[in-house]
Design a protein around this ligand. Structure first.
Ligand code: GDP
Ligand code: IMO
Ligand code: MG
Length: 424
């Protein structure tokens, strides 16, 4: 059977914690989408572990981890992150880590192109993580890139990278921000034999695992509103991060997917550019940033913050059809006397309530949210393990979300640690 964990909003919902908990209950933890733009943090026993390229199931000694073919692989990050996790005392990582030979590479060349493209866009930039994710998926779609299989078995892989570099030079001119193609090719050649023991044929691997009845948990990266099709285009990442993207990024037997879990933060945050209807520019934002430690794991950027936008959550559910939700960071709202949630969007010109979620980023950036104000609970929820022990107003907040979205909240995060989660 397989469980799929997905981000409901604009990423950074706190997926790392639930993935960590669920990966202790499965034999295989898999990544299917995204790349090193993802940043999951797991805090446990006073230690904090950051994951970008690797699946967080590595923290559980019995769990095997696989990077599926939908992921773009940055080879140096794969090894540096592995070394860091090992140095933090996580044992026996290497035999428990696999990577699909179908993964397209994310090169330093792509990161240079990402930076140059953002520079070209100027004020209209996407605010990417600068890791080259867009160019890596573009090279894959253009069929000009290198797969892990090519790196392992085809000496012509270097020529492909040289050819991509030539194209980028024609496009951007100059020295590609100091990028050195021969150095990157040499570095990859040096990694080749080190990579071989980790490499697997993912199709065979997942099929056998599912035939043997192994349980799989897919750790989502990014989120519905950053999906290239359903997100707030063009302010999105460059691949599908929704349910469909997971099915395309790993050959799971769809009949064995028994649960799709959405991870939903109790308020809204966003990093980078793009529409954000409930964004706050005053005290609410500052308070959420400070109490919620809303700084990016990948880039250290301050996250934009605002009230929970249930219109967006409902749209996200229309795309992903969550079986259950994990509400995270409820404790961050502990000291707010009142809490607002957006329940409708009005058209900025006509004032009419919008029936459908705007596809146009321009329109979405101009909608007027209609808020419902709920009473805050003004008391500490950190570490609460029992729903009945939450303050009544916090219980009401949770049930309001459930009723509005039409999906049950099974887990509630009430603190930063792995242990601070309430299961209903
Ligand atoms: P991800 O990208 O979706 O995994 O989210 P982030 O990595 O940006 O956020 C994870 C951070 O939020 C970690 O530092 C967690 O400790 C913290 N976190 C997760 N759930 C909760 C919660 O319920 N309460 C609090 N206070 N922090 C949480
Ligand atoms: P996790 O997995 C939050 C955002 C970037 C930018 C846009 C495109 O930690 O939830 P990209 O580098 O992907 O081309 O950037 O997407 N973004 C994320 N925001 N959490 C993430 O991942 C993100 N991954 C990408 O900030 O706006
Ligand atoms: Mg993150």
């Amino acid at each position: 059977m397989a469980t799929i964990v997905l981000g409901v909003q604009w990423g950074d919902e706190g997926k790392g914690k639930l993935c960590d908990i669920l990966s202790s209950e499965v034999q295989i933890c898999a990544r299917a989408t995204g790349g090193r733009n993802c940043g999951h943090t797991v805090v446990t026993a006073g230690k904090s572990y950051d994951f970008h390229m690797l699946p967080s199931g590595l923290l559980h000694p019995e769990t095997t981890n696989i990077i599926g073919p939908g992921v773009v692989l940055h080879v140096p990050t794969f090894f540096s992150e592995l070394a860091k996790i090992e140095a933090q005392g996580v044992a026996n990582c290497q035999p428990r880590l696999k990577v699909s030979t179908r993964c397209a590479l994310n090169l330093d060349l792509h990161a240079a192109a990402d930076r140059l493209h953002e520079k070209q866009l100027g004020k209209q930039n996407i605010g990417t993580t600068g890791k080259g994710i867009g160019p890596a998926y573009t090279s894959k779609a253009e069929r000009s890139t290198v797969l892990l299989a090519d790196l392992l078995d085809d000496d012509a892989f270097g020529d492909r990278i040289r050819s991509m570099e030539r194209d980028y030079k024609l496009r951007f001119g100059g020295d590609l921000d100091g990028y050195d193609v021969e150095a990157e090719i040499k570095e990859l050649e040096n990694f080749r034999e080190k990579l071989r023991p980790f490499s697997v044929d993912d199709v065979e691997y997942i099929e056998e695992a599912q035939q043997q009845g192994k349980k799989i948990m897919v750790e989502g990266a990014q989120s519905a509103l950053l999906d290239i099709t359903y997100g707030t285009w063009p302010f999105v990442t460059s691949t599908s991060t929704t349910f469909g993207g997971v099915m395309a990024g790993l050959n799971l037997d769809y009949r064995k997917v028994d649960s799709v879990v959405g991870v939903l933060k109790a308020y809204t945050t966003r990093v980078g550019s793009g529409p954000f209807p409930t964004e706050d520019f005053g005290e609410v934002c500052t308070k959420l940033q400070e109490i919620g430690h809303e700084f990016g794991v990948t880039t250290g950027r301050r996250r934009r913050c605002g009230w929970l936008d249930l219109v967006t959550v409902k749209y996200s559910n229309s795309v992903n059809h969550y079986d259950t939700l994990n509400l995270t960071k409820l404790d961050i709202l502990d000291s707010f006397p009142e809490i607002k949630v957006a329940v409708d969007f009005k058209h900025p010109d006509t004032g009419e309530i919008l029936k459908a979620y705007p596809a146009s980023a321009k329109l979405l950036s101009r909608v007027v949210p209609v808020y419902k104000t709920l009473k805050g609970w003004n008391s500490k929820t950190t570490g609460t393990k029992d729903f009945a022990k939450l303050p009544k107003e916090a219980q009401d907040y949770i049930t309001f979300i459930e009723d509005f979205v039409g999906v049950k909240i099974k887990w509630v995060g009430c603190g930063p640690n792995r242990e601070d989660i309430l299961v209903r």
